[in-house]
Design a protein around this ligand. Structure first.
Ligand SMILES: [Zn+2]
Length: 269
């Protein structure tokens, strides 16, 4: 498989679920990565590492995952290990040295193997079976995202990406730095499109996020300037600063009133 092939996310997630099944993983507490890796023939060790958060080394039927000891968060470390385990399960034929060059694999995956390894890691750490019931009926809120991150011991970033996928409401997660959008992810098939490098609007919480903000309404054109208003759209947002990084995470909640009578538009949500 070349790096230009389209990523096969279904297969990646299916393989993670197969690992859950084989190892009888049914609760968040069961997701002990070192044990899972060991059961799959891979030994995990921490140590010094340059140029990547983690690396996979193959020695025949045995694997070794080296993870950077000084990664700042447990959740980020877990994601890095799960990502390498994804390469182990999915990419046996690839040279490991072409993989995982990004500083933060969860954020900047840009080739098929990296995207597949992230999909595997997301499913391994936050199984759909366990995560979906916690998200699908939830009212979009960063408190739910933080609770997910705590329960599954993942980074807030990984939990936010998972929440956006599983919540029935139309949400997006936006990462901005220096008041500019860096990247974003919306629920698959949603009508959300955000301009890359969009300057953060002064009216948005993301301009100057407070310690503990609430989900609140924001003018539509703060996030979607120049959008042609074919249907009425309500936008709610909530922002937080990510750990010690200079990044602001914003959860956007978008409600398009496509199927309503024009007369109902001024009604409450
Ligand atoms: Zn990788």
């Amino acid at each position: 498989m070349g790096t230009s092939a389209k990523p096969n996310l279904l297969e990646a997630r299916h393989r993670a679920r197969t690992v859950h099944r084989i190892l009888n993983i049914t609760r968040p507490d069961d997701i002990v990565l070192e044990d899972i890796a060991m059961a799959r023939g891979v030994y995990v060790s921490e140590g010094r590492l340059d140029g990547a958060e983690a690396r996979l080394l193959r020695q025949g039927a045995r694997g070794l995952i080296r993870v950077k000891a000084d990664l700042p968060e447990d959740g980020r470390k877990r994601f890095a290990v799960a990502h390498e385990l994804g390469h182990w399960e999915l990419h046996a034929e690839m040279s490991q040295w072409t993989l995982c060059e990004a500083d933060d694999v969860a954020a900047y995956a840009n080739s098929s193997p990296e995207i597949e390894a992230n999909a595997f890691a997301g499913e391994l750490l936050m199984p759909t079976l366990l995560v979906r019931p916690r998200c699908e009926e939830a009212t979009p809120d960063l408190a739910v995202v933080r609770a997910l991150a705590a329960e599954f011991r993942t980074s807030v970033t990984a939990a936010a990406l998972r929440f956006v996928e599983e919540c029935r409401e139309t949400c997006a997660v936006v990462f901005s730095e220096a008041r500019k959008v860096q990247w974003w992810r919306a629920r698959e098939g949603s009508q959300i499109w955000i301009e890359r490098d969009l300057e953060i609007d002064r009216r948005s919480q993301a301009w100057e996020p407070a310690g503990e903000s609430k989900m609140e309404a924001v003018p539509v054109n703060a996030w979607f300037p120049g959008r042609e208003a074919k249907v009425k759209r309500d936008v709610y947002e909530q922002s937080m600063v990510l750990g010690r990084y200079e990044t602001v995470l914003t959860l956007l909640w978008v409600i398009d009133h496509e199927d309503e009578d024009p007369e109902d538009l001024d009604g409450d949500r």
